[in-house]
Design a protein around this ligand. Structure first.
Ligand SMILES: [Zn+2]
Length: 368
């Protein structure tokens, strides 16, 4: 019996040791050009990093580009932002304070490329272009984004790459909400996708069939093949990104944004609608960030909780991201209890909103 107890104590200690090495995240999303941040810190990146450190922040996620504009010295993107090398300076200040820096890269959302090369635009199942979105199936665009990620790795040397909008676009689907008629416009049915998929699955379309008719033919008769083809492509791309990132820095983490949906939600909606196959992706992703909910009502909360529980059961790392603005109407206590329930494993969107709402900032600072 004594021996059994000793064994039990040994395993409990082993378990505790492995848990303590599990890295906790108290993260904030932050945009340097946010007026609240400009007003408070101006160009004083050290002062900003000091306040983040004092608030107990361990991870900062910051966008590093938008459309054609790079927030860092870039040879690939045609436009520069007005703040020169401030992001680069901020990145160094974070490193000095041992705060991780995640470079947020909008992968398939790119209004500049969509306007300059309309042929690359993603197309919904009605045959209409989806504003601002590029078709994920286009290898030339995927290579272009890979080169940009390469450049970000070289110049900014981030601790993590946060892949935002790295999926097929869908319309009418809010973060956690189902549209009233439960109809989500899926994608992509551009000419290249229709051609490639018809080769892949040996699909024949009626002569002169419209895009909407071809889409409906695929969704009614080839849904399984369609789902596998799209999610296979996204997973392969994330794998390529990870390989390239790790060739430059093996310690750099890959974070991937996803909806707070369980695998079964909306009939495996993550995979069917967005092309995100969590099971195959998890080998290439260090953590999934469950994108923020539109409103913290009970329904959404249970969906988030279910998604987090499912991730934990599957051994996946998942971090919820909470939006301050969803709590502004009498939601202080709710904000506090949400942070408490995710003890040191959350991302707040964003630092500018915390600055504008000091009571929430105080809650954020005390919850660690
Ligand atoms: Zn397409």
């Amino acid at each position: 019996m004594k021996r059994l107890c000793r064994f039990a104590v040994f395993f409990i200690m082993l378990f505790t040791a492995s848990c303590s090495s599990y890295e906790r995240v108290k993260g904030v999303h932050l945009q340097l050009q946010d007026p609240a941040i400009r007003q408070r810190y101006g160009g004083e990146m050290g002062a900003l990093a000091d306040e983040l450190k004092q608030a107990g922040v361990t991870l900062v996620i910051a966008p590093v580009l938008e459309d054609a504009t790079a927030y860092y010295p870039s040879d690939l993107l045609p436009q520069r932002w007005e703040y020169g090398t401030q992001l680069l300076a901020f990145r160094h200040e974070l490193r000095r304070r041992n705060i991780r820096f995640a470079a947020c890269v909008p992968v398939f959302k790119d209004e500049y490329t969509q306007r300059s090369q309309p042929v690359l635009q993603a197309v919904n199942d009605y045959g209409a272009g989806i504003r601002g979105w590029i078709c994920p199936s286009r290898p030339e665009y995927r290579n272009y984004k890979l080169q940009i990620i390469n450049e970000i790795m070289l110049i900014l040397q981030p601790d993590a790459i946060y892949l935002e909008h790295c999926s097929y676009p869908a319309e009418n689907a809010q973060n956690g909400k189902i549209p009233p008629n439960n109809h989500i416009r899926s994608s992509c049915f551009c000419a290249a996708c229709l051609r490639d998929f018809s080769e892949y699955a040996d699909v024949k379309f009626a002569a002169n069939a419209s895009v909407a008719e071809q889409a409906s033919h695929i969704l009614n008769h080839y849904r399984k093949e369609w789902t596998l083809w799209r999610s296979g492509l996204i997973t392969a791309y994330v794998e390529t990104i990870r390989r390239q990132v790790h060739a430059m820095n093996p310690a750099c983490r890959i974070l991937l944004e996803r909806k707070p949906w369980t695998e079964k939600y909306l009939n495996t909606g993550l995979q069917q609608i967005y092309g995100l196959d969590i099971k195959t992706l998890q080998s290439y992703v260090d953590a999934f960030v469950l994108s923020t909910l539109p409103e913290p009502d009970t329904g959404n909360d249970s969906l988030l909780t279910a998604a987090l529980r499912e991730s934990a059961d599957l051994g996946q790392r998942a971090i919820p991201a909470f939006q301050v603005r969803n709590y502004l109407r009498n939601g202080e206590e709710r904000f506090r209890s949400d942070l408490q329930s995710r003890r040191r494993n959350f991302i707040i969107y964003d630092w500018g909103q915390l600055l504008n709402n000091r009571r929430f900032l105080n809650i954020f600072i005390t919850e660690s």
